[in-house]
Design a protein around this ligand. Structure first.
Ligand SMILES: [Zn+2]
Length: 432
């Protein structure tokens, strides 16, 4: 099944032409109407009229999240990154503020449809069709979370089952009774539901689920976490990436080539060296810079996402020519920590710990002791296992994988925090 013929059948040249047409239109629209970008480009000494091809895009300055936050503080509550008058906007959401002040984002009815179209790609990539019943165990608050997934479900014509305001066991029963075939949730919550099913002797296989679509945090791209979710639910799980200020930009297809496709008809993705700011080649790891093409009322143009990716332009077995990020989002530029000379990303630690089915939950603390970073890991061990034995195995596995010695301790069952959205299992205690 195809969701968007244009995006799924276009050649690389056609994709670039689509991007250029949309970019030209966006710049024409935004220039002079949007106070934030008008000021930004004037200060950088560049006029949008000087952008005469897709490769000229690199002449425009980068946009940083701190600038969007400052633009909001300058003209509260919505800020100066607004191309239209306030009455043109129909939706407001805000970021969860895990990396700074919460940022409000606003959408017009048209850009809200665009969000839904992007999510249509995400769901279609996972094989979701009009016949599916999609369960969303999500509390519909101000975070954009799975709000846009609802729109994607609507555009596909599938059935949306809202699962907010219920506890986990009630949600499992509802999935079973209504025959949910697709679940959209964070990877953490998929594991949490599996844990509750185990504790409450609820048979997960009684739910006819055939795909889990994940968002909100890494996990579905961490091979051992993915394997664990797929084993617990006996079905495939799919990764997806996006952000409130950017949109839902990447998704995993059914072939699962070990990465996510970028929806290049709706976004322009660049990969740069985060320090030197020069463009990186396919295969090299760098920071993702995104321009969204379908949100003229609240655009981000050359936005520094802080996410590390590795671009792959080779065709995919699914037939799409859309570029891929191998391994999904590999981490955050500022999450990397150097411990005893070793570059360590939180996802690498997660990948090691998730190999151990006896470990239920974990927490990693990065401490600074006399200018040296140290790694402390706490694990919860499922009852019935020899906790000390598991502890020693985890310690050895981290040492083998990362060449550094952590301190691993065992926490009492249920003591470590559980998360529904934006799991934060790695804590940096070296920062204020
Ligand atoms: Zn593919």
């Amino acid at each position: 099944m195809t969701f968007d013929q244009l995006a799924e059948k276009a050649s690389r040249e056609e994709l670039r032409e689509i991007q250029w047409q949309k970019l030209r239109e966006l710049l024409r629209f935004v220039s002079a109407r949007n106070p934030f970008y008008t000021k930004k480009w004037r200060e950088a000494g560049i006029a949008p009229q000087e952008i005469r091809s897709l490769s000229d895009l690199s002449k425009l300055p980068f946009t940083h999240k701190s600038e969007l936050v400052a633009a909001q503080e300058e003209a509260p509550p919505f800020g100066t990154n607004a191309t239209f008058p306030p009455e043109a906007y129909a939706r407001v959401h805000q970021t969860s503020g895990t990396t700074g002040s919460p940022l409000r984002v606003v959408d017009t009815p048209e850009s809200w449809e665009w969000w839904g179209r992007c999510w249509g790609h995400v769901l279609c990539g996972a094989g979701v069709t009009a016949k599916d019943r999609v369960f969303l165990p999500f509390s519909f608050g101000p975070f954009i979370g799975f709000w846009a997934a609802v729109e994607g479900v609507r555009q596909l014509g599938a059935m949306m089952i809202p699962g907010g305001g219920w506890d986990s066991l009630q949600r499992l029963h509802m999935m079973q009774e209504l025959g949910a075939t697709v679940i959209c949730c964070t990877p953490t919550y998929a594991l949490r539901l599996a844990q509750i099913a185990r504790e409450q002797k609820f048979d997960l296989r009684s739910i006819p689920v055939r795909a889990l679509v994940h968002a909100g945090e890494p996990g579905a791209n961490v091979p051992q976490t993915k394997a664990r979710i797929e084993e617990a639910w006996n079905t495939k799980c799919f990764d997806h990436a996006g952000a409130s200020e950017v949109g839902a930009h990447s998704f995993e297809c059914e072939v699962q080539p070990g990465g996510i496709h970028v929806i290049e008809t709706e976004f322009i993705a660049e990969v740069i060296d985060p320090q030197k700011e020069n463009e990186m080649l396919p295969g090299e790891t760098g920071e993702l810079v995104i321009t969204n093409l379908g949100r003229p009322g609240f655009p981000v143009i050359r936005y520094r996402t802080g996410d590390l990716v590795r671009l792959n332009l080779s065709p995919c077995a699914c037939g799409r020519t859309l570029a891929r990020f191998d391994g999904g989002l590999l981490g955050r530029c500022d999450d990397m920590v150097i411990i005893c000379g070793v570059n360590v990303y939180p996802t690498a630690i997660e990948n090691v710990i998730r190999q151990f089915s006896a470990v239920d939950e974990f927490q990693v603390n990065v401490k600074r002791v006399q200018e040296m970073h140290q790694l402390e890991v706490q694990i919860e061990v499922i009852s019935g296992n020899d906790a000390e034995h598991v502890r020693a195995l985890v310690e050895q596995a981290i040492y083998r994988a990362l060449s550094l010695r952590p301190t691993v301790t065992v926490a009492q069952p249920g003591m470590l925090p559980r998360f529904e959205m934006k799991a934060r299992r790695v804590r940096r205690l070296d920062r204020s």
